[in-house]
Design a protein around this ligand. Sequence first.
Ligand code: TNX
Length: 532
Amino acid sequence: MRISVNFILLVLLCLSPVFFNAQSPIIPEPTKAIAGKGQFLLDKNTSIASSDIRLQGVASFLKAQILTQTRIPLHTGDFHSKSRKQITLELVADESTGTEGYHLTISPREIKITGTTVSGVFYGAVSLVQLAVENTPKNGEVPINAWEIQDQPFYEWRGIMLDVSRYFIGKEKIKSILDWMAFYKLNTLHWHLTDATGWRMEILKYPKLALVGGVGDHFDPNLPAQYYTQSEIQEIVNYAAKLQIKVIPEIDMPGHATAANMAYPQFSGGGSEKYPEFTFDPGKESTYGYLTDILREVNALFPSGLLHLGGDEVSFGNQKWNLNKGISELKKKEKLNGLKDVEHYFMERMADSVFSMNAKVLAWDELAEIDLPKDKTIIYWWRHDKPEQFQKALEKGFSTVVCPRIPYYLDFVQDVNHRSGRKWDGAFSPIEAVYGFDVNHIVDGEKYGNQILGVQGNLWTETINSEARIDYMLFPRIAALAESAWTKTRNDYEEFESRLESHLELYDKQNIYCYNPIKPNLVPEPVHLLTE
Ligand code: TNX
C-alpha cells in the first residue's frame, strides 16, 4: 500500500507541469523559490521591455550584464506586443513584496519581473543575471531554468565599509566592488574617507586637506597624495546610484584626525606618543566653523543625507586636552567635568551642524552615551566585546547598524593559518561565522525590530597593501555577508557552501584573487611584512 502511494506520487510529480519546491542557486537565498519545468533559451533575439520609463536604468543594467557575462546582446522590445521570448519589467502595486521585493517568473515562453519600486525590479534583474551565469552559453544560447521566485530582504541596511585612508582604493576598484555589491543585493557603501593616515577627499575651501593630508599610506609615508577629486566623488556616487547603492561618507572626528592636522595644524588638539596630533581642538571656537564648512561640502556631494562623524577611540590621543587653555575655559563655561564631557560637547555641536543641513548623524557606538535626537541619529555597534553598547543604543531608541568586529570586520583573518590580518585573542572571522551571525544571540531582535536596521561588513586597511589582499579578504565573505543581511533564516551552512561553489568559479573567471574556504590551500594568502 505504502509503496504504491509513493509510486503514484512520483509518477504524478514527473508528469505534473506545475512547479515544485527546490533550492535555487541564488545568493542571497530568496524568500521563496519554486522550480518550474523546462528552460527559457536566452539568445540575441530576446528583447527586454519595460512598462515604465523609470525602469530604463534597470533594462540597461540587465542588457549590459547579460552581454558581459554571457556575450549575448539583447535589445529593447515593446512592452505591449507581448512577443515570445521577451523579458518584461513592470512596476506594480503589490504589498506582498515590500519596498525592495520582487517577483521573478521564468518559463520557457517568457521572463517576467515585477516589483513595487525600481529597486525591487532591479533585484529581480540581479537574480536573473545570477541564474543566467549558472549555465554555460552554447551556440549563442543560454538556457535558464524555469523558476517562480518571490523575494524580499529581511534587513533594509545591507552594507560594506571601505577604509580608503590607510590604503587608498582607486576609483576603478571601487566601481568593481560596487558591481559585486549589486550582484549580492548590498545597498550601502560606507566610505571611510579620512583617518590618521590620510585624508582622501578634495575640499575646495581647504585644499591642503587632500594635497597635504593625502600624502602617504599605512605602508609608505612618502607616497604622493592620493585622494578623490570632487568630480570623482560624484562619478562614484552616480555609479552607485544606478546600482541602487547609497553612499555614506565618513569624516572621522574628533579623533583619527592626524592627516587633517598635518594640513591645518591650527585646528589640532594634539595627540599622544603613539598617535601624534590625533585630535581636533574642541577648545577653539574656530574648529567648529572649519569642520562645519568641510561637512557642508561633503553633504553637498552625497545625496544620501547621511553624514558619518566617526566619534571613535578619542582616548587614544586626547591627553593634551588636559593642558589646553581653551578647553579649560570651555569646561568652566559649559560646566563640563572631564574629558568625556568635552568629547560629548564637541560631538553634540557637530551633530547640530549636521542637523542644520537637514542631514542625519551616523556614528560609532561610543556615541550611544550621548542624548542625540533618536530620529536623526544612527549608531553603529562595532565593539563585539561590548555587547552592552548595542543594548544601550537600542534601549535609548537609536536605530542601529550591526557590525561587530567578530564576525563583521573583514580585516580579521578567515583561516587560522593566515598570517596577515587581525585576530582578537586568537579569534577570527571564518565565512561560516559571517553566514551564521544572528543578532538574537546578543539582544532580543523581535523587541527592537525596526530599530535594528541591518548589518555591515567593514574592510579596514591597516593590513591591506594590494588589490589582491582586498579581494582575498572580501571574497567570498561578501556572499555570506549578503545572505546574513537579506535572508532571515540561515541554518544550513553546507547548503550555502554548495551554492557558493559556482560563485567561486565566477570569481576565478573574473580575476578576483579569492580565498577558497572549500580548498583553503588552493590560493596562497597574499602576505605582507608589516604587523600592526
Ligand atoms: C577599530 S572601528 C577602528 C579602526 C581600525 C579597526 C581595525 C573603529 C570605529 N575604529 O580605526 O582600523 O579597529 O580593525
